[in-house]
Design a protein around this ligand. Structure first.
Ligand code: X8Z
Ligand code: ZN
Length: 599
């Protein structure tokens, strides 16, 4: 036992490990993982405190502090993961076997076990994220005034002038050019780290986080995409026709859609062009943003509305510290990372969000999304820290979205955000269209970001073809194109937050599928038997109990077990999203009759 303690101390202090005992025992394994859980608590809390301060006050100094936190964790992992391997041949009890697995995949960007390379990698990581956070476009015509991402996104969502749209899109994408060279170096270093941990490359490490082989995971994504693709293509075909009517030659009648026409900087969700494609514009308005503005709903009040949904299900309210420590609006006097996020900085119920809230429906939905993370954190915050994760990362992304599916027009009327709603079939199609612009449009984008990164990490795409590969995939999967020709001086993937911030993305594709399965199961638990699009579980304690039973498992069980607790199913199943949108699919197919679909 003493030798083991010494060995672990050596791991913590980065000294060469003491020689391991000849045959490891289960007791030693337990002591090892107890120690790892204690060490990770210290390292992750320190890293996240520095990360929180950095993202709330972007300066060169806080970049350096954040990089130090990342480097310290990476240094520890570079020793602890190989050290854990001595227990590989043992028959471990399930909780230890689970920890063994979770530890092996716990480093998103693994660093080589060389201090200079590790610091260099951590420095690039924080530089990339910080550059994105500070990114601005300073058009000549504004004589020195610069536009940040919120302002540019606002143009994308509201302007219907082609030149203004295209200019905002091109302007934002300029911010990523300087990332290109550093990104290539980052790929080299992180791959070196991954290989030291026994993975062929970082992409393979990321695909190993789903309780199945990386190859099986890719096949599972393919299976799901095959199921939902016809729905996406029907939506694409209808939307393109409408945009062609609106923008003429700027949007071809038969090719891929230029991104700026879609109301979103990345063409990932098309909600903001609802007004251009609404099936029955004469039905009562679904314009929640208008209500938020007209009623002067303050950002904090929007957070309380989202919290109110969770407490109606029986979740305890957010702690007072949440309200003291969170960031709700973009500060005027300093640079911050505004991309929405949720945190438990001390991994013990220190819940926070960081969202630059605007009075829009998008942001109201984002608040449900972020609070989904926080209430997940809250449900498992007493577990060993290795278990303080989602059942997989797609679960974490899917919880708040599941709740947001219950934010139906009727629920919005109940809380005073829509003056009146109609029960008609036309109104239903309008509501379904709005949801589809958000959820269905997103599906191929959910695949794109990591398909691109997997190819980059595996070397299939080399640095000389980064941008071309991005647009080939964008066209293939989404049927989207850039507004002007791009070349290899550009680095368009870096203009997306998750690429600049090293956040894996397959999780959002999974979440987009899971959330409809979860919604279906929760509606059932709430005793609801009508169509899924009209179900809101608001106020159902029975649904809340079921949800919390799954959330409180954290990552302690393989994800199919967690999914079974809520849904009775053990695999991702696109039938729920297809059922949900079935009436819209039928309507779209009628509209598209005689049109040349595809691209
Ligand atoms: O990044 C997010 C959340 C934070 S985890 C706001 N989302 C993805 C994105 O914005 O690209 C939510 C949906 C997809
Ligand atoms: Zn999220």
């Amino acid at each position: 036992m003493k030798a083991l303690a010494l060995f672990l101390l050596a791991v913590s202090a980065e000294a060469p490990p003491a020689p391991p005992a000849a045959t490891p025992t289960v007791e030693e394994a337990r002591a090892f993982f107890d120690q790892v859980n204690r060490d990770l608590r210290r390292l992750w809390v320190a890293r996240d405190r520095a990360g929180w301060v950095n993202e709330n006050f972007l300066t060169d100094d806080t970049d350096a502090l954040a990089a130090d936190g990342e480097a310290a964790t990476a240094a520890y992992m570079a020793k602890a993961i190989p050290a854990s391997r001595r227990f590989a041949g043992l028959r471990l009890p399930p909780d230890l076997a689970r920890m063994f697995y979770l530890l092996s995949i716990s480093q998103t960007i693994p660093a080589p076990d060389d201090p200079a390379k590790r610091d260099e990698l951590a420095g690039i990581e924080s530089w990339l994220q910080s550059s994105y956070g500070k990114g601005k476009y300073c058009p000549k015509r504004l004589a020195g005034k610069c536009l940040d991402l919120d302002e540019l996104s606002d143009i994308l969502s509201k302007s219907r002038n082609w030149d203004a749209l295209s200019d905002a899109w091109v302007g934002w994408h300029e911010i990523a050019k300087p990332m290109r060279a550093k990104y290539a170096r980052y790929v080299t270093l992180a791959n070196e780290g991954a290989r030291e941990l026994g993975f062929p490359d970082v992409g393979a490490l990321w695909r190993s986080g789903y309780d199945m082989s990386p190859t099986a995971f890719e096949a599972d994504e393919e299976r799901l995409w095959g199921q939902v693709r016809p729905l996406y293509e029907a939506l694409h075909c209808y939307v393109r026709a409408k945009l062609h009517e609106k923008y003429g030659a700027h949007v071809p009648a038969d090719g891929p859609i230029p991104v700026p026409a879609l109301g979103n900087m990345w063409g990932q969700e098309w909600t903001d062009i609802y007004d251009l494609v609404a099936p029955y514009p004469d039905e009562p308005s679904l314009d929640v943003s208008r209500q938020l503005v007209d009623q002067h709903v303050a950002p904090k009040r929007m957070v309380e509305m989202a919290e109110g949904f969770f407490t109606s299900l029986g979740f305890p309210p957010l702690p007072k510290t949440f309200w003291d420590r969170s960031l709700f609006t973009r500060p005027r006097d300093r640079e911050v990372v505004c991309h929405a996020s949720a945190w438990d900085v001390q991994w013990n119920g220190d819940l926070r969000i960081k969202v630059c809230i605007e009075p829009t429906e998008d942001d109201l939905v984002t608040l449900h999304h972020e609070l989904g993370h926080d209430f997940y954190f809250q449900s498992y915050d007493t577990l060993p820290i290795l278990f303080q994760q989602g059942a997989n990362d797609g679960f974490h992304e899917g919880i708040g979205d599941t709740i947001a599916l219950s934010v139906t027009p009727d629920y919005l009327r109940r809380i005073g955000l829509l003056p009146r709603v109609s029960e008609s079939e036309k109104a239903r199609l309008d509501a379904l269209m709005k949801r589809a612009l958000f959820k269905v449009a997103f599906l191929p984008f959910g695949l794109l970001v990591d398909e691109w990164r997997w190819s980059v990490f595996s070397g299939k795409v080399d640095p000389a073809h980064y941008n071309r590969a991005w647009w080939e995939l964008k066209e293939k999967l989404q049927g989207e194109a850039p507004p002007i020709p791009r070349d290899e001086a550009d680095f368009d993937p870096g203009a997306k937050y998750h690429v600049a911030s090293s956040t894996p993305y397959a999780r959002y594709f999974l979440a987009a599928i899971y959330q409809f399965q979860f919604h279906r199961a929760l509606c059932q638990a709430a005793g609801y038997s009508g169509p899924l699009d009209r179900c809101s579980i608001y106020g159902s304690k029975a649904a809340g109990r079921k949800l919390r039973a799954m959330l409180s498992l954290g990552a302690s069980q393989p994800w199919p077990d967690a999914m079974q607790v809520l849904t009775g199913q053990r695999r991702a199943d696109a039938s729920a999203i297809l059922d949900y949108f079935a009436p819209l699919k039928k309507w779209l197919d009628e509209q598209n009759r005689g049109r040349q679909c595809g691209w």
